[in-house]
Design a protein around this ligand. Structure first.
Ligand code: SAH
Length: 405
């Protein structure tokens, strides 16, 4: 059970000399290697002190993780209790009301950026889907679940704590209803994003159910497809075809979705019809993207616009080198398939590949393909997935919109 919230008599962890600096800069992670002594149980709130005993933070202890504790608060007088979670969630939700979000589906809590390390909460229409990814959020799960229902007024809360990162915390995967399981429609939901309707299932969809982080980029894609008069569009790693219906909405008449997941492609085709577009304008190809790009090059096909939105090739910086080769390969092939004046929207959602490195990789791919382009725009996740200045690690999705010269 969660601790009482009374700060007296809390366990203490003492940092090594000099290791207080990152917390003082509001960075919430305390690494195993920074700790001189002390500890606690999984998820227990501990008092973090500098080497000379000064208060630094209240933090959740994670005995199994290299990130050994995550700060909840840097204020000595703050109690970590149910009111703390309700207030912090309320602030995160209130911030979203100030962002321009044309959708009934959005990220309400984005972990560290919202002061709740390890907690992800997405709203999809009339339900919430959450991930508890740290020992601290796991320990406070019941309290957090109650606060989410109270603050949002949404009764249905599904848990999707099946992300691999839970393993690093020594936590097993958990999924299922946390609150309000008796919902008409079960775990299936139709969301309304800009003028598009998209369906998903929070029990089966990727991440918490869908890629709402690409919402603004899908909208932008509709606009540029219209603006540049793109007719043929290749959507690589299409998943359920979000960018494909966005292209059709912009007037494209020959859209190809490529993915290696048959169920995702079936949903992509259903999305074409659900949004009232001509099914003859869309083709779903169950294939490996790399192989399919090579096949299109052999056939001499070209496309007016291409999306490359692959899965995370580099979860951490340790995988960056191999990932760089994979990104370069698909981007080189993509460049070769662009019509004259064609548009490439290319993404990386790898935390281990920063924006600058990604730009370099794409530049190298263009070089190898013999293609130069105007960099029209740098792309990022939608505003409900914010990055804070103190926590740059939160920035994961980056992309480039390039117009072939
Ligand atoms: N652009 C999508 C999200 C893409 S997620 C959106 O806006 O919703 C990445 C997708 O890549 C997943 O659907 C996965 O099935 C697919 N995928 C992963 N490896 C692949 C491969 N080698 N070839 C084709 N598809 C692949």
């Amino acid at each position: 059970m969660a601790s009482s919230g009374d700060n007296r008599g809390m366990k203490v962890i003492r940092l090594k000399e000099g290791k207080e600096r990152s917390l003082q800069r509001r960075h919430p992670w305390i690494f195993d290697s920074a700790i001189a002594k002390g500890g606690g149980d999984a998820g227990e709130t501990v008092r973090v002190e500098s080497h000379d005993g000064q208060f630094l933070a209240w933090a959740a202890f994670s005995p199994a993780s290299k990130i050994r504790a995550r700060a909840w608060s840097l204020r000595a007088e703050q109690r970590i209790d149910a009111a703390f979670f309700a207030d912090t969630i309320r602030r995160a939700v209130a911030a979203r009301a100030r962002f321009p979000i044309a959708s009934d589906s959005l990220r309400l809590v984005h972990g560290e950026a919202d002061g709740l390390p390890g907690l992800i909460v997405d709203r999809y229409g009339d339900l919430l889907s959450a991930q508890f990814l740290s020992a601290g959020t796991e320990r406070w799960k019941d309290v957090i679940a109650d606060a989410l229902v109270e603050v949002t007024g949404i009764a249905h809360l599904y848990e999707r704590s099946d992300s691999g990162v839970r393993g690093l915390e020594g936590l097993p995967p958990v999924t299922g209803w946390l609150r309000g399981g008796e919902r008409a429609g079960g775990t299936a939901v139709t969301i309304h994003e800009h003028e598009l309707k998209l369906t998903l299932d929070v029990a089966e969809g990727h991440k918490t159910g869908y890629y709402i982080d690409q919402r603004d980029n899908r909208r932008l894609f509709t606009e540029v497809v219209r603006q540049f008069g793109c007719r043929s569009v290749l959507n690589c790693y299409s998943y359920t075809g979000g960018f494909s219906v966005a292209a059709l909405a912009g007037g494209a008449t020959e859209v190809v979705s490529v993915d290696s997941s048959a169920p995702a492609l079936a949903r992509a085709s259903a999305h074409v019809e659900l949004n009232g577009f001509d099914p003859a304008h869309h083709q779903a190809l169950d294939a490996d993207v790399n192989a399919q790009l090579r096949a299109f090059i052999k056939e001499g096909r070209t496309f007016d616009a291409i999306i490359l939105d692959p899965p995370k090739f580099a979860p951490t910086a340790a995988h960056a080198e191999r990932a760089a080769r994979a990104y370069k390969d698909i981007n080189r092939l993509g460049f070769k398939l662009l019509s004259p004046g064609g548009l490439l929207l290319t993404f990386s959602c790898s935390g281990g590949v920063g924006a600058e490195l990604f730009h370099k990789i794409v530049a190298g791919a263009g070089m190898d393909a013999g293609v130069d382009g105007y960099l029209l725009k740098r792309l990022e996740a939608s505003s409900d997935h914010p990055t804070t200045i103190a926590f740059p690690e939160g920035e994961y999705l980056k992309g480039l919109m390039i117009l072939k010269r």
